[in-house]
Every structure is written in structure tokens, then in C-alpha cells.
Design a protein around this ligand. Sequence first.
Ligand code: FAD
Ligand code: NAD
Length: 477
Amino acid sequence: MAKTYDVVVIGGGPAGYVAAIRCAQLGLETACVEQWINFKGDPALGGTCLNVGCIPSKTLLESSEQYHHLKEGIESHGIHVEGVRLDLDRMMARKEDIVLQLTNGIGALFKANGVEWLQGHGKLLADRQVEITHRDGSTDVVNADNVIIATGSVPIEIGAAPVDNAEGVIVDSTGALDFRQVPETLGVIGAGVIGLELGSVWNRLGAKVVMLEAVEDFLALADQQIARDALRQFKKQGLDIRLGTRVIATEKTGDGVKVHFKDKDGDHEIVFEKLLVSVGRRPNTDNVAAPESDLLFGERGFIHVDEHCGTNLPGVYAIGDVVRGPMLAHKGSEEGVMVAEIIAGQHGHLNYDAIPWVIYTDPEIAWVGKTEQALKTEGIPYKIGTFPFGANGRAKAMDAATGMVKMLAHAETDTLLGCHIIGPYASELIQEAVLAMEFNASSEDLARTIHGHPTLYEAMHEAALSVHGRALHKINT
Ligand code: FAD
Ligand code: NAD
């Protein structure tokens, strides 16, 4: 007879594995179905994020930044280094080692919490039955009082540039995390988050990088004042970012790929050694639900859910990249916690207005809440406070005194509505604003909080002071 679980989670990425752990913590008998096969040919937990996303990309960003810094950024400190040499094999081996440590760590967490890992492809049938197809083709069916679908996302493909990671010339992010030689030239279609992060990695390691972006607005989701600063700084670093370009076709040549594209000046072609296609990701719903399950899909293939991630079927939830909202690991994980707590009879909740975004370029870009352009469009009255890292002692000492903090507060209530940072450790600094927004803080609350000296956080403090024209280390306008 088919076994019955309290909860079966389909997908073991940051949304699914966190949901499974939280369910088990709450005393629910939980299984997680996961099909991933890693670069060693072994079954693995952790999903896109740990295997081919957040973790390997941040590992290479860190390694390439250290290399670049030693080559070009350290002379100003009075340190002269000679003979800096790249060992790409070692860099890649380090990345793989970190990925294995973390993905194996999820297995250990499952064991410690009593989550059962059912290896294979999961498919929702009618009445909360889940069919599991194993690697050898055999199938099992289990019953669940609750099912959580967390099947993630996959790269969007475009007809003009078909990806073949195995061949390694036109690749998606997975291929571009695994080049075994630094390409002399790298074309990137799409100057979004992946394009900028992986373009930065290969630019720092010596590739000439050209980015072909369809829309005219750079980083359209970000605050446009910050985006303009970012564009200026990235161009200075040698990233050749061409906005308003349309790729028409690609053609493999003996030593790379010829890309035909159009912009306002006409038709062009460039030959690249490698081409990265990073034009967004789409929900992964391939064969995830049998038609008789009656699971409802919504816009652009996402599984339709309410604000608590409930689908149209009682006891069936969906979380992470496979549902609406930003495709970010922490958003999926928090949805996992919320759903687990709801299943356990608690009041699970997620504040979708306080989800931080981070782009791990140099300088880093991070934000939370509304952009200035959104406040204008929505007619919300606001005040702005800004502070440049150029006037921050710690940033100067680090030789990283570029960029700024920008805070947006409601003009009448002073509630913090958004915070936008471009500069050193923006990824870490943004958490102060996230916490402030979670507690409905005002800019005055931040302005009256003591910040250690000398720290980068003083730029947050000064930006909050600047909302009311009383920054202490800049001339208020
Ligand atoms: P996934 O991580 O995609 O996991 C889904 C899992 O479900 C996979 O393991 C898959 O094998 C499994 N699965 C799918 N279908 C089935 C099935 N039918 N049966 C069994 N198993 C199934 N986000 C950040 O927040 N910060 C970052 O720095 C960041 N960097 C990124 C860098 C790159 C290069 C990429 C590609 C993404 C990055 N992201 C980042 C996005 C992040 O990886 C995703 O938002 C996150 O992984 C989504 O989590 P998830 O659990 O919803 O889906
Ligand atoms: P993206 O949405 O960030 O960027 C895609 C870019 O491609 C956009 O600027 C879009 O205008 C452009 N584009 C679309 N079609 C095009 C075409 N035909 N020609 C040229 N340009 C085109 O998507 P992504 O960079 O692929 O990343 C996918 C998602 O993964 C991100 O949205 C994010 O949610 C997640 N991610 C997050 C991080 C992070 O948090 N640091 C890092 C990497 C990925």
C-alpha cells in the first residue's frame, strides 16, 4: 500500500528544502522529492541556487575579484605585487568543492531533521497523490495530506541563439560558470543580473565582454539614479554595454560564434569566442502535474497561488521561482517557512514589500522597497536622503569610496519606503533597511540609532539624517 506522509515537497532547492526542514521541525512527517544530478553524476539537493546559481556564481565573483584586486587594485595601498598568475583549474575546483560541501550539507540537515529524500522526478496526480519516477525508470506512488510544489525555474531560450552547454560555445549561466579557459571575447545577450555578474567574472579574469541588451533602460527594476551610476562605473571597468540592441541571428564559425544584431544605428555583426544567453528565467513546470490533478496555471506558466502560496487545490501549495514574485532564493525559502507554518496550524506570513535584491558586482548594488520612479508613478509623496561613500571614512580606508546610499521616506509619516545602495558591501548594508522596514521604522528612527565609527553603516545613518536635511558629513542641499 502507498505510504502516506503529512507533507510531500516536490523540489529540493532553497524553497523546497527549507519548507521540508521547517515542516519536520514542526513535527510533520515529511518527504522531499528531488531529481537533480550534479556535475559528478550523483543525485544532489540544493537546486539551482546551490548547484549552478547563487553559490557557484558568488564563489567565482569572490575569486575573480581577489585576482583583479591583486593585479590592479593594490598598488594604491603602497603594496607592490609581482607575478600574479591565474590558475583557473584551481579556481573551478574550489567552486566545485564549496558546492559539494553545501549540497551534502542539505543531505545531513535532512537526516538530522528526519526528512526523507525520495530521489527522482515527482508529479502531482489527483487527490494529493505524488508519483515518483526513479533514475532507472521505475515508479512509486505516495499519498500526502499536503503537497508543496517547489520545482523552480530554468533559463529562457531564444530562437536566435540556441544554447548548447555541452558544446560550450553558446551557453546559459550553467555553461558560463564552467568555462575551462578564459575566453578572449565573451558576448552576453541580456544585461540583467546574471549577465552583469557573470560578465564581471570573465571581464576581471581577462575576457573582453560585450553585452547586448534589448531595452533602453539599464537595470529597469532598480532605482534609475542608482542604475545610471552603475552603468557609468561598469563602462569604466571595460564592460561594453550596448542598450537598445536586438539580436537577430547567430552563426557558428570555426573559432566561435558570429552574432548579428540591430540597434538604432543599423545592422551589425561581431564574432565572439563564447556567447552567454541570459535573458531571464521561466517557471519549471515540465511534467509536474498530471492533467487529472486539475492544478491551475496562471500568467506566463507560473503556478497560480494566493498570497499564502495556496493553489486552487486544497492542501496543495506552490513556492519559490515556480510562482509569482521575484526569482530570489531568500524569497522562496521564506515562502517555504510560511507554508510549513500554515500547514502546522500557525499563522505563516511573508512581507512581500520587504524583500531585498542584491547584485554582486563591484560595486555591489542592493535595494529594498520602492524605487523613486515607482513612488512618482504611484503618486506617493516622498522625501529623499542620500549620502556618498566618498565622504565615508571606512570606504576611503578600503579604497572603495564610490557610490551612495539613497533613502526614500514618506513625506508625511516619515515611514521608510525604500533604500537603494550602490557601493562596498551593499549586500550586507541593505539588511539594516530591510529590518527597519519590517518594523515599519521611520527615517528618524534610523537617524537616532547609534552607528559605530568608522563603519560603512555610517553612510546609512547619514542618508537617514539627510532625509531631513541634517546629514553631518556632507553639505545639505
Ligand atoms: P530551484 O533552486 O530551481 O530548485 C528547484 C528544484 O526542484 C531543483 O533542484 C530541481 O531539480 C527540482 N525539481 C524540478 N522539478 C522536479 C520534479 N518534477 N521532481 C523532482 N524535483 C524537481 N538568487 C538569490 O537570491 N541570490 C543570488 O545571488 C542568486 N544568484 C543566482 C545566480 C545564477 C547564475 C542563477 C541561475 C540564479 C541565481 N539566483 C540567485 C536565483 C536563485 O537560484 C533562485 O531564485 C532559487 O534557486 C529558486 O529556488 P527554488 O527552490 O524555487 O528553485
Ligand atoms: P534578468 O531578468 O535579470 O535580465 C534579463 C535581461 O535580458 C533583461 O535586462 C532583459 O531586458 C534582457 N533581454 C530579454 N530578452 C532579450 C533579448 N532577446 N535580447 C537582449 N536582451 C534581452 O534575468 P537573468 O539575468 O537571466 O536572471 C534571471 C533571474 O535569476 C533574475 O531575474 C534573478 O531573479 C535571478 N538571479 C538573481 C541573482 C541575484 O540575486 N544576485 C543573480 C542571478 C540571477
